[in-house]
Design a binder for this molecule. Structure first.
Ligand code: 9RB
Ligand code: ZN
Length: 373
């Protein structure tokens, strides 16, 4: 059993600047400079906990390399690539596309390294060098659409890696499970009419992007039925997430029989996240990982690769990351001190209003029929 692990110090050098969380500092508007929500801290602290706890000794380090232009262009149009590249040349940097996703000079190179990190993780799994892998990359990718970046994402790291799997290894069925608290709109859009990639997003209903991730979004054309959305009410905890996994996600995966399972792994569905309103604990994340390992073992020889997305509580997130990567490697990890707090806070039992909407998503998935929004 071996688990690949991608990290590079350069990922922490991606500079999102002094926004006050989401908003550019603007003294005249009363916005004092602070630090952008998508800063390096949570990711660097996951890595440092992996090292300091000793988990690193059980992982196979995989070096990232920059994705090539051709690889990026399998998902994005040239105008988007060239614009990111050009703004990345400017001393003041630029923005991924929505005015909420600032980046510093040189960001193109780091974003290409992030996409290439996801590629290398997938490659190591498909070449059999490791059983599964986690790419702790930054900037994130799941919101980036073919023609634009958004939501702190420049390029669709995992979508680019999925194309690599199809292009180089000839895979015909890939599943992407996105457990970031936000809708995985970019990955969904990249494969909306493509039956080779089943995209499944579990996310907080009506969070981000606006008006995105409804149950009624099921794919189009040849891809109809190959997008699945499971919007969850705010306040969903471990029990709700596991029910969604068991009732909607696992059955959809089992029916699809993927040759590879990819995960857009965001830790912003965790209980102490400043942007999400969900209640997952590190044990919840560990259990979700276990479910996917089981499906992967049954459907594709255990081939599973994860790429990092959001997650913004720098104290709690490292323990969630440790739980997931420890589960992948089947190695016990040091105790999460937050578990005693967030695990005891209530909200972890499946609630009736959660069951109701999860059942609707599961039914929509199983009969392929239109479901109401
Ligand atoms: C603002 C809007 C957001 C809020 C949250 C994210 C999180 C992304 C992530 C991104 C952008 C809108 C400030 C809409 O973690 N993904 O995984 N911005 N939201 N309009 N305005 C003015
Ligand atoms: Zn997110």
């Amino acid at each position: 059993m071996s688990t690949g692990y991608v990290y590079h110090e350069m990922f922490a050098w991606h500079d999102t600047g002094t926004s006050a969380g989401l908003f550019r500092s603007d003294p005249r508007a009363g916005v004092q400079p602070l630090i952008h929500f998508e800063n390096s801290e949570t990711k660097r602290r996951i890595h440092e906990l992996i090292v300091v706890s000793g988990l690193i000794d059980h992982l196979t380090r995989i070096a990232p390399r920059p994705a090539t232009e051709d690889e990026i262009l399998r998902v994005h149009d040239r105008a988007h690539l060239e614009r990111i590249k050009a703004e990345s040349e400017r001393p003041g940097g630029g923005d991924a596309g929505d005015g909420l996703s600032p980046f510093g000079q040189g960001a193109y190179d780091i974003a290409a390294l992030a996409a290439g990190g996801a590629i290398e993780a997938v490659d190591a799994v498909l070449a059999g060098r490791v059983d599964n892998a986690y790419a702790l990359v930054r900037p994130p990718g799941h919101h980036a659409e073919p023609a634009t970046g958004m939501g702190f994402c420049l390029f669709g790291n995992l979508a680019i890696a999925a194309h690599h799997a199809m292009h180089v290894y000839g895979l015909e069925r890939i599943a992407v499970v996105d457990w970031d608290v936000h809708h995985g709109n970019g990955t969904q859009k990249a494969f909306y009419d493509d039956p080779r990639v089943l995209t499944i997003s579990l996310h907080q209903d009506e969070l981000f992007p606006p008006r995105s991730g409804y149950r009624s979004e099921r794919g189009e054309g040849a891809g109809r039925g190959y997008a699945l959305n499971v919007p969850l009410p705010p306040g969903t905890g471990d029990g709700g997430y596991l029910y969604a996994m068991d009732r909607a996600v696992v059955p959809a995966l089992t029916r699809f029989r993927p040759e590879l399972i990819l995960v857009a792994s965001g830790f912003d569905a965790a209980a102490m996240d400043p942007l999400g309103r969900q209640l997952l604990t590190s044990e919840g994340y560990r259990a979700l990982t276990g479910r996917l390992l089981d499906v992967a073992a049954q459907s594709c020889g255990g081939r599973l690769a994860m790429s990092h997305e959001g997650g913004y509580n720098p104290a709690h997130v490292p323990f969630c990351g440790l739980a997931v990567i420890g589960a992948l490697a089947r190695v016990p990890t040091i105790e999460d001190p937050f578990q005693a707090v967030v695990g005891a806070q209530g909200g972890h039992d499946l609630a009736p209003h959660q069951r109701e909407v999860i059942d609707l998503a599961a039914v929509a998935a199983s009969d392929g029929a239109r479901s109401e929004r």
